[in-house]
Design a protein around this ligand. Structure first.
Ligand code: HBI
Ligand code: FE
Length: 295
């Protein structure tokens, strides 16, 4: 496949990466090489070895229910009927990062953009932009969960509105995405579990987020999360813990406009801070934190 045309750079959980065209592309499944399938298999097996007992049951069960396996890169055409039947969502192939408004509009219409290409073997442990493994392994399974699927669609609608309001609203909303969809933890009877896609697609952070003494683990609060800066180049300094996907969906019910107005008058919160009033599951030691670089 030719190198896609690059449009601009966008800040993501891996730094500034090129934003590709908004084009929707068919998954070129027949063009995947044996190396592409081997990279999928290696990453899939490694994550499925460490995620039982760490990822929430809903994630693991959904991934199995979709028929994902290490055997080969899944076909969007085979996943879509299953996903549509479960929650009305479907996957669309894209070149990579989309301009924010385009991304939000897809989510609002229950279309999840999945990058069609997978990283190279030499990028196994680090890639600067979301590839097929991050999107398909990390983001797609939980779209089978009706409540989380509704949250993602509500998030998309919120993003379209925030885009019309301005950058401050977008910044608040991006932090919400960050600390839930990408790096969220959930409380269960067996303890804290992972549901964030940025974590479940990362072998190191899947262990670090639950077992390291360094990070804070704090109960989810919408405005606290919207004010909290985050990391794009290291593990998160703070992980926010929801009680349930219902709690997360309920948080998106109110119109955010008055919240954005209130937050505009308040300072942002550094990524590693713990505040009075926080529901503290774990106060981090801060070991290994970099002093600067919060976004
Ligand atoms: N585009 N394809 C794709 N995938 C993303 O996860 C994505 C994006 N564009 C913007 C974006 N995420 C973030 O800025 C969100 O916070 C909007
Ligand atoms: Fe992502």
């Amino acid at each position: 496949m030719g190198e896609p045309r690059r449009v601009e750079h966008q800040l993501t959980d891996k730094g500034y990466v090129p934003v590709y065209t908004t084009a929707v592309v068919e998954q070129p499944w027949d063009s995947y090489t044996a190396t592409d399938h081997a990279v999928w298999a290696r990453l899939y097996r490694r994550q499925r070895e460490i995620l039982p007992g760490r990822a929430c049951r809903e994630f693991l069960q959904a991934q199995d229910a979709m028929g994902m396996s290490a055997d080969a890169i899944p076909k969007f055409s085979e996943l879509n009927p299953i996903l549509r039947a479960a929650t009305g969502w479907e996957l669309i192939g894209v070149e990579g990062l989309l301009p924010e408004l385009t991304f939000f509009e897809h989510l609002a219409n229950r279309r999840f953009p999945v990058t069609w290409w997978i990283r190279k073997p030499e990028q196994l442990d680090y890639i600067a932009e979301p590839d097929l493994f991050h999107d398909l392994f990390g983001h797609v399974p939980l779209l089978m969960n009706p409540v989380f699927a509704d949250y993602m669609a509500a998030y998309g609608r919120g993003g379209v509105k925030a885009h019309a309001i301005g950058q401050d609203a977008l910044t608040n909303l991006t932090r919400l995405y960050w600390y839930t969809v990408e790096f969220g933890l959930i409380r269960t009877d067996e303890g804290l579990r992972i549901y964030g896609s940025g974590i479940v697609s990362s072998s190191g952070e899947s262990v670090h987020c639950l077992e390291s003494d360094a990070p804070n683990r704090i109960g989810f609060d919408l405005e606290r999360v919207m004010r909290t800066r985050y990391r794009i180049d290291t593990y998160q300094k703070t992980y926010f813990v929801i009680d349930s996907f219902e709690q997360l969906f309920e948080a998106t019910r109110p119109d955010f406009t008055p919240i954005y107005q209130r937050l505009a008058a308040l300072p942002s919160i550094p990524a590693g801070d713990v505040l009075d009033g926080d529901r503290i599951y774990h106060r981090g030691s801060g070991a290994g934190w970099l002093a600067d670089g919060d976004v």
